[in-house]
Design a protein around this ligand. Structure first.
Ligand code: MG
Length: 321
């Protein structure tokens, strides 16, 4: 039905709801790290959502914010960084990878959001290439990428800067032949337009959040480069279709059964983020979404199993009665 084979891996069906590991499995493993991605894939959750920005030397790296979060970043002295947070685009890769991102500072609000996250050392910000390489190994053969590109609000008015991010990302995907396992994903609809131009062979996923649903501590989604979703004169899903989207990624508090069925009628896949509480997981399943992005893949697996649902096709999902 779809023209992009990777979309099959994000498509729900009766009895099947897709799970996508958010930044790997942030609830239990350091976010956006190879360690976290390996854990998630070994858990049987093979679709990963993660975030990419460029270093000063224009290398795409996997990290969420434009600035390193002090609460998750330790220096070579083993202490969490203090003071003004470092901007990733101001650091060469070698300096960026001198920091350890394996453990949260539990004294911070952000650290307290994830009390079950393991504490690891000698964990580095991976390059996009490091993560993509996992998919070329036997244990990564089923991996799918929901690859979010983060536009820098300070430079989003310069088209060349956004184009450079897209072209570096697309190059990293193409050089490994992973075009058919990648979905390009962003809040920045201008960036997604560029994706459509330079990578029409990869489908596009449009992230949205209504302004009433404020960010949690440590997130910078409210500062994302994005359209004014609240003032669109058509339903957001309709706007996604008109912009050439294949997948719509609404914030979970914006999801109702009605908006999901409307999006499905328009031919969109609906993948919602970031769904962490059991009640919310149930509500998203009830709403009929295709996929759920979660910091807790294990918790989501248990919710699906309890309801007799699976997240992947195939015999490994069989559960004995
Ligand atoms: Mg993301």
């Amino acid at each position: 039905m779809t023209q992009f084979p990777q979309l099959d891996g994000f498509h729900g069906a009766p009895g099947l709801v897709r799970l996508i590991g958010h930044r790997g499995a942030r609830g239990v493993m350091p976010e956006n790290t190879i360690e976290g991605f390996e854990f998630t894939v070994r858990s049987g959750v093979v679709a990963l959502e993660f975030d990419v920005v460029l270093t000063r030397d224009h290398i795409p790296v996997v990290t969420h914010n434009h600035h390193l979060l002090n609460a998750a970043t330790r220096g070579t002295d083993g202490k969490w960084l203090q003071g003004e947070e470092l901007k990733v685009s101001a650091l060469p890769l070698s300096q960026l990878q001198s920091y350890d991102v394996g453990g949260l500072d539990g004294r911070t609000v952000y650290g307290q959001r994830f009390p079950d996250q393991v504490f690891m050392s000698n964990v580095r910000v991976p390059t996009l290439g490091d993560l993509l390489d996992m998919a070329l190994k036997p244990q990564g053969a089923e991996m799918l990428f929901l690859l979010e590109m983060k536009s820098d609000p300070e430079t989003a008015h310069i088209p060349e800067m956004t184009e450079r991010l897209v072209s570096e990302v697309v190059k990293a995907v193409r050089v490994r032949g992973l075009e058919q396992r990648t979905v390009l994903h962003s809040f920045d609809w201008n960036l997604l337009e560029i994706c459509g131009r330079i990578a029409p062979d990869m489908p596009r996923s449009f992230l949205t959040i209504m302004p009433k649903n404020a960010d949690d501590p440590g997130e910078d989604s409210s500062k994302s480069v994005a359209p004014d979703f609240a003032s669109m004169d058509v339903p957001v899903s309709q706007a996604v279709v008109e912009a050439g989207g294949h997948m719509w990624c609404p914030h979970y508090l914006d999801v109702t059964p009605e908006v999901v069925s409307q999006a499905h009628e328009l031919g969109l896949l609906v993948t919602t983020w970031t769904v962490n509480e059991v009640d919310d997981l149930h509500r998203m399943v009830d709403a009929g979404v295709d996929g759920i992005v979660t910091d807790y893949p294990g918790r989501a697996q248990r919710v699906l199993l309890e309801r007799g649902l699976v997240w992947n096709e195939g015999p490994d999902q069989m559960v004995a009665e």
